[in-house]
Design a protein around this ligand. Sequence first.
Ligand SMILES: [Ca+2]
Length: 100
Amino acid sequence: MKLKLVTGAVGLVAAGAFAVAHAGSPADYFNKIDADSSGVITQAEYVAYKTSGGKYSAEKATEKFAKLAGDDGELTLAELEGAMKEAKSKDGKKKHDRAT
Ligand SMILES: [Ca+2]
């Protein structure tokens, strides 16, 4: 359902130009959320993306963004990748170092 814009509007033209959509890769996910392709995800972009599917309330999305983005208030691909890796290896206590 989310892909209907892409398949409808872009179709064959873009299919050749870009090796589109490695579904599930952090970069792909990142690019979907980064609505203006600025290379960073702002809170507004994150909340808009997360609430568009109806799964998240704005409040919950804002809270999650704050955790992901840290102090600078912007979410980078590296930060997102890190969060996704951590989520996958949920039992990974090894990653909890004391460096802050
Ligand atoms: Ca952006």
